[in-house]
Design a protein around this ligand. Structure first.
Ligand code: SAH
Ligand code: MG
Length: 206
């Protein structure tokens, strides 16, 4: 991944550490020859730079799904609240404008398509097979399981399912992404390919 894009990703607001992002980039370059890439959890565009760069490299696009209203932990008074993303006019979180600025600044508007809506709603209407799906959205059990249910079936044979914020110990974070990771392995449809920090990269084998 070129230095300008890496620098843009480092400048972006977000929760995607660079080593995790570079692993996603590598996976995305491989997966992009199979089909488009899709992430759940666009937030302010940090992970979208890594996957958008990969999509462009592979000649495809990244779809970035987010309602842009923040997860539980982003709401006012919660641990990961960022006051810059609070829209006083509506009294809600709104990360969409920041997402757009991030992608524009990185020069990736032709490779990254924002889809604004609830993950489950979008998934219910989605039919396009995908080269890679990144689950990095809501961390409640309900949200994470719905993401698995709604999106995993779209991953093409040989394609990747990436799961972020997988922590085995409850104290380190929510356990829902870990449960989704276990579910994917238990299905027999995915094999673990790479892992770094809280990122798990699985490949569809069935
Ligand atoms: N990938 C981002 C971090 C994502 S944070 C990065 O690189 O920094 C999680 C995001 O998931 C939040 O922006 C939140 O709005 C979104 N989200 C949570 N639940 C969702 C749902 N059910 N549908 C769509 N987006 C959701
Ligand atoms: Mg994350």
């Amino acid at each position: 991944m070129n230095q300008a894009l890496r620098a843009a990703a480092r400048r972006a607001i977000g929760f995607m550490p660079e080593p995790d992002g570079l692993l996603l980039y590598e996976a995305g370059v491989q997966a992009g020859v199979l089909g488009p890439l899709l992430e759940i959890g666009g937030y302010c565009g940090q992970s979208a730079i890594y996957l958008g760069a990969a999509a462009r490299q592979a000649g495809t696009v990244l779809f970035s799904v987010d309602h842009h209203r923040g997860s539980e932990e982003h709401q006012p008074g919660q641990e990961y609240h960022d006051h810059r993303l609070f829209d006083a006019a509506t009294g809600q979180m709104d990360s969409l404008a920041t997402f757009r600025r991030t992608i524009a600044a990185a020069g990736l508007e032709d490779a990254v398509v924002a889809i604004v809506g609830r993950s489950r709603l979008v998934a219910d209407h989605w039919r396009t097979p995908l080269g890679l799906v990144l689950i990095d959205g809501g961390h409640s059990e309900e949200a994470a399981q719905a993401d698995y249910q709604g999106w995993t079936k779209r991953v093409l044979p040989g394609g990747f399912l990436a799961i972020h914020d997988v922590f085995e110990a409850p104290a380190e974070g929510g356990e829902a992404p870990f449960h989704v990771y276990r579910r994917a392995l238990a299905s027999g449809e995915f094999r673990e390919e790479r892992a770094h920090a809280s990122l798990r990269l699985l490949r569809r084998v069935l």
